[in-house]
Design a protein around this ligand. Structure first.
Ligand code: HEM
Length: 481
């Protein structure tokens, strides 16, 4: 059973029926469609929002975090950008109380440069109208369990209801691949934060420390001893933020990278894939399966590991099993010693799904675009999504000096990481680098791979605010107020 990270704080009682569902629970669906909308008429949009909150006029109801007795065919959530809240009538003074980066928006060049949205990933190149952040007001996302017919009929109902209220700039669709795979061939959606007060899940709980509610919902204590909140109060408690991202994956490029670097790395391309991610493609973590992929571990074990045990042979301070610079270790260093606050201050909920056809070099659509689209959810865009994107993914100096049980002759963690994340870094062949740690003083036995480029390109980004259900009702009534 997971223990609260900050001992002594009582578990808050959350009214799950007041929280938008995607924040606190995964829907486990086959299809998603994200509508990117501009508000044309605030009063009519208010009526649309209210109809979605109540599920009237034949429209699907906004899904809450309260788990229904049976799985519905369709889930729906609604979020707003800063210009969108302004269009609904939230005052400029109140908007100043919102997350600073949310106020600026993802297309702001300072924000974009900070998170690595530069070059081909720059906002000017974004698709579906996302290049013009000012016109993106509202994101309406529909997830359906398994039927494309349901997706199309719900979309038709919604489109009819959009008339006179909002303009559809574009839609971004997603389709699950078998076994929760993502396009580079890895199983995903294994590690998610255990949020204190979240609805119970059928999945067995892992042994990772639970994270305070305030890291994901406004109005509750967070890991820094404070509470994220906004004004007016109606928009605060039970609301959240997210970074919506469209991340295009160059699968052929990634496969070529594995192929061409495996000899230099002295390992199979499959093992190199595992070293880059921190998990084998079947999801087994390198910490628990260090030498061969092996059969898929039971779900209850897949996330039960740490990096620093202090005892040979399980200790991996030096990253000999799971490289210090691997994707999962950069994005959640767990108990590894890092500069500044620890990983519980920078957790995110990932609700992204693949888009585009499965990659098969023999098929004619091998050259189609494909990637990952969805939400990275947190109560602070700046401290969570942006921190991960701009710090732990783009620098390697966040690792603190640390030796393993064998002492300094075996090496030190600070020498065992270089460059940027292989998936998310702004990797330029002239400067890119990925370290495979070896046993030896000051990194002398390390193998460092250099000269590779980006295999993930940002095709769209939006910072959004998910109001609570009562917050949606408040927003709906603002134009009349
Ligand atoms: C196309 C882009 C991406 C790919 C292919 C990718 C792939 C993966 C894979 C295969 C895993 C392991 C499965 C798991 O532990 O659940 C993972 C974990 C993770 N990723 Fe990503 N990811 C991408 C983008 C991102 C972004 C944008 C972020 C945040 C800025 C992120 C943060 C994380 C985190 C926090 C974990 C879990 C780490 C842990 O708790 O151990 N990923 N990702």
């Amino acid at each position: 059973m997971a223990a609260p990270a900050a001992a002594g704080l009582p578990t808050p009682t959350i009214d799950h029926s007041d929280v938008q569902g995607t924040i606190l629970r995964g829907y486990r669906v086959d299809f998603a469609r994200h509508f990117i909308l501009t508000i044309d008429n605030a009063a009519a949009t208010g009526q649309l929002i209210q109809a979605l909150v109540s599920g009237s006029n034949g429209l699907p109801k906004v899904t809450t975090a309260q788990r229904p007795p049976t799985k519905p065919a369709c889930f729906l959530n609604l979020s707003f950008t800063c210009p969108g809240l302004a269009a609904m009538g939230v005052s400029a003074t109140d908007l100043l109380s919102f997350d600073g980066s949310f106020q600026l928006g993802a297309t702001n060049l300072k924000v974009a440069n900070n998170v690595g949205d530069v070059g081909s990933s720059a906002p000017a190149n974004w698709v579906g109208g996302l290049n013009n952040g000012g016109q993106v007001h509202m994101l309406l996302s529909v997830w359906v369990t398994d039927s494309l017919d349901v997706l199309e009929s719900v979309s038709a109902q919604l489109r009819a209801a959009f008339t006179g209220a909002v303009t559809e700039l574009s839609t971004q669709d997603a389709t699950a691949l078998p076994d929760n795979m993502v396009h580079f061939g890895y199983r995903d959606s294994i590690a998610q934060p255990n949020i204190i007060g979240a609805p119970a899940t059928k999945q067995p709980s892992d042994d990772q420390p639970a994270v305070l509610t305030g890291e994901f919902l406004l109005g509750y204590a967070n890991e820094s001893g404070g509470t994220y909140s906004v004004t007016p109060a109606q928009l605060s408690t039970n609301s959240s933020y997210a970074a919506f991202r469209i991340l295009e994956q160059d699968v052929a490029g990634f496969e070529a990278l594995l192929e061409s670097y495996s000899t230099k790395a002295g390992m199979s391309s499959e093992m190199l894939a595992a070293k880059i991610c921190g998990r084998w493609r079947n999801g087994n973590p390198l910490e628990l399966a260090p030498t061969t992929q092996g059969p898929v571990l039971p779900t209850s074990e897949l996330n039960n590991f740490n990096y620093v045990t202090g005892q040979a042979p399980t200790d991996d301070t030096l990253g000999l099993k799971c490289p210090v610079g691997s994707h999962i270790r950069r994005n959640n260093p767990r108990d590894e010693a890092v500069v500044g606050t620890d990983s519980t201050h920078h957790r995110i909920v990932r609700r992204a799904m693949p888009y585009g056809p499965p990659y098969d070099p023999r098929l004619p659509d091998a050259g189609a675009t494909r990637g990952l689209v969805g939400y990275f959810i947190n109560a602070s865009v700046q401290n969570q999504f942006e921190f991960l994107s701009s710090q732990w993914n783009l620098v390697s100096s966040f690792v603190k000096s640390a030796t393993g049980p064998g002492g300094s002759n075996d090496g030190n963690a600070v020498f065992n990481i270089s460059g940027q994340d292989v998936f998310l870094g702004v990797n330029d062949p002239a400067s890119s680098s990925f370290t495979l740690p070896g046993l030896g003083k000051n990194g002398t036995a390390n193998t460092t791979l250099t000269g590779f480029g980006r295999t993930v390109t940002t095709r769209g980004g939006v910072y959004v605010f998910f109001p609570s259900i009562s917050g949606l009702t408040y927003l709906a009534g603002l134009p009349q107020a």
